[in-house]
Write a new protein. Structure first.
Length: 117
C-alpha cells in the first residue's frame, strides 16, 4: 500500500496559488449523472480534493480514471467510509492527517476541477 508522502508543486500567480499541472495526472470522478475532472500530482491529493468537493456525499462517488485508481473505491451506500479511507491512506487516522498536512496542495488541486458531464 502506498504511504501518504506525496508532495504537490504549486505556482503563485498574483494572489492565487495554483497547482503546477505540467506533470499532473487527470482524474475523472462523479456520482449519478455528473462527472468531474481534476489535475493532481498524486492520488492522495486527488482523493482528498474529490472528497471535499462532494462534501456530504463522498460515499456516493466513484473514480472513473485513471483505471488504476478504481481499486481504491470507497463507494458505500451506508455512508460508512472512514475505515476505508484510512485503509487507502495508510492506517488509522491517516486520511485526516494527510488532509491537515497537505491542505494547501488540496486547495490548489480544487481550483483545477471542471465539470465534464
Amino acid at each position: 500500500m502506498e504511504k501518504s508522502s506525496e508532495v504537490q508543486k504549486t505556482t503563485n500567480v498574483g494572489n492565487e496559488v495554483l497547482a503546477d499541472v505540467s506533470t499532473s495526472t487527470s482524474y475523472e470522478y462523479g456520482a449519478m449523472s455528473t462527472k468531474y475532472k481534476l489535475e493532481a500530482k498524486g492520488k492522495f491529493t486527488a482523493y482528498a480534493t474529490m472528497i471535499l468537493h462532494y462534501r456530504n456525499s463522498p460515499h456516493l462517488m466513484v473514480v472513473y480514471e485513471p483505471e488504476t485508481c478504481k481499486e481504491d473505491s470507497w463507494f458505500d451506500l451506508t455512508g460508512q467510509i472512514s475505515d476505508r479511507l484510512d485503509e487507502i491512506f495508510g492506517g488509522k487516522g491517516s486520511f485526516y492527517k494527510y488532509l491537515n498536512e497537505n491542505i494547501e496542495d488540496v486547495r490548489a488541486c480544487y481550483k483545477t476541477i471542471k465539470q465534464v458531464v
